[in-house]
Design a protein around this ligand. Sequence first.
Ligand SMILES: [Zn+2]
Length: 262
Amino acid sequence: MDGQNPLKDTKREVFCQEYLTDLNATQAAIRAGYSKKTAKQQGSRLLSYDDVAARITHLAADRVNRLRISADDLLIRAETILKADPRELTEHRIGACRYCWGIDHEYQWKTKREFREVLARATAKLPRKPTVAQRDALPTEEGGYGYKVTRDPNPECPECGGLGSPFVQFADTRKLSPEAAILFEGVKETKDGIEIKMASKDRAFDTLAKHHKIAVETHEHTGKDGKPIEHDVKVKARVVLVPPKAMAPSETRPIPKEDGAT
Ligand SMILES: [Zn+2]
């Protein structure tokens, strides 16, 4: 009797399933449909049956296994989040400014339509009898058309000096790699535009660090009040990164001393 198969007696089977939810035999008996009046006795009697006991043991072990699988899933997910490249979701890029590739580095329009619309708006704002200066200040087509922000900046651009102008590009989330898809948690529309929500790499790191029980060892050269040296080993969900010692900016490196003194 290994408890692998559901019990033929349906009430007993339901009792086993129910018993695992709260380990309360009386309540499990009631939920399985036994009489409320005798549920207490019935519950403990059921637990004493071999088939019921075996079935409960099996179901409990099965549940532990299932929980273990979901713990593994969690770790795999955390690992994936850590490895995923956020640049797949959104890229901060530098593109040409409006003057980079305009004719004679004048303001370059994307299209004729863009120019027409801007000109119409500016014209509408003019007073009925505009001055010559006001007319001259209207937008012109001198810089030409074909502006593309995705084009590289022009190093010769007198306006931006080749620095271009920054823009943010969002990925088409239908085309993400499986790793980036796990990183992606949806979009939020804010008053400043669209915001991409990403899974927290910090949290993923903490999860993994806790799992791998990263030990942070702190060494003391002498113990407190001259007492023996204590090695304080603590398990922390955090790694302390020690920056490498900066090399002295000298042309020749001194020969290290024999005793290793620094
Ligand atoms: Zn430019």
